[in-house]
Design a protein around this ligand. Sequence first.
Ligand SMILES: Nc1ncnc2c1ncn2[C@@H]1O[C@H](COP(=O)(O)OP(=O)(O)OP(=O)(O)O)[C@@H](O)[C@H]1O
Ligand SMILES: [Mg+2]
Length: 322
Amino acid sequence: MEIIKTVDLSKRYGALSAVDSINLTINKGEIFGLLGPNGAGKTTTLMMLSSLLKPTSGTATVNGFDVLKQSEQVRESIGMVFQDPSSDPVLSAYDNLKLHALLYDVPLKSIDAKISQVLSLVDLEKRKHDLVKTFSGGMRRRMEIARGLLHEPRIFFLDEPTLGLDPQTRDHIWQYIKTLAEKIQMTIILTTHYMEEAEKLCDRIAIIDQGKIVALDSPANLIRAIGGDIVQLRGVVNTDAVKKLPFVRDIRESDHSYYLSVENAAQNLQKLLAVAGTIDFVAVHSPDLKDVFLRYTGRAMREEEGDLAGHLRNINRVLERK
Ligand SMILES: Nc1ncnc2c1ncn2[C@@H]1O[C@H](COP(=O)(O)OP(=O)(O)OP(=O)(O)O)[C@@H](O)[C@H]1O
Ligand SMILES: [Mg+2]
């Protein structure tokens, strides 16, 4: 059953189409991933779906409500974890959550029990009365996830929930998200820079580039569509000669390497290397989501890229506060 539908959803800033005519249908209970390079339009899409940003044209319904005409009902239906930290560092976790509960009209009598419940879900019940500024980045993120769940939303938007966190913390948070999806049958729409995690977690993935959806399917189908093997070459590569080989389907350059989509690498590698030029490094692997991403966007999704963007935003925030 569909729970989110967009029709030609678009957002323009002057000449720039940040989101360009997106058509999406997301089903109830799905974990749906939005992947794309920096500036692709992921956050803008989530902001429009959560009714916090008005589309320039097109429409979207969320939980059956129109984001323009029924924004209040849309907001009641959703929980949101923003890309940038949005909790108050000089309040305790409890106070941050209580404030949110009051804003969302959670019945006064049940607030304390609800807060305990969502904080235990992310293992923070014991730190309830500590100020958020004493939390680690991962703890603050978990607290914001708990906050987003407080009013029991049907749909949960998570914008880069694990950006810049260490792998262990990332793992934990993904585990929480997965458990949630299963336990309370929530629909989850998330963005992430971490391909392996998206591959494991998401039922379906939309790859978005320059405001447009360029691919949409389950991770397994996206990977299957690439097919064959991926041969990575580094060195002085004779791309013209390589492209002419009948068993080479596609060639992409990223990060000083060439990535070739090759039919039956085991059988064809010798022939390939015979014409490839002066090669310092060769590796062969089965395609994964990183290769899918590179194929559709022409760029590698580098995790550092996301981290760098995150760091820049943090710096900006600090400067703004001064
Ligand atoms: N308020 C704004 N005014 C002008 N341009 C904007 C505004 N907000 C976003 N943009 C532009 O819209 C495009 C999409 O931005 P968006 O934040 O949605 O990208 P993103 O996919 O979330 O990127 P990231 O991975 O860095 O978070 C970018 O080119 C951005 O510069
Ligand atoms: Mg973003």
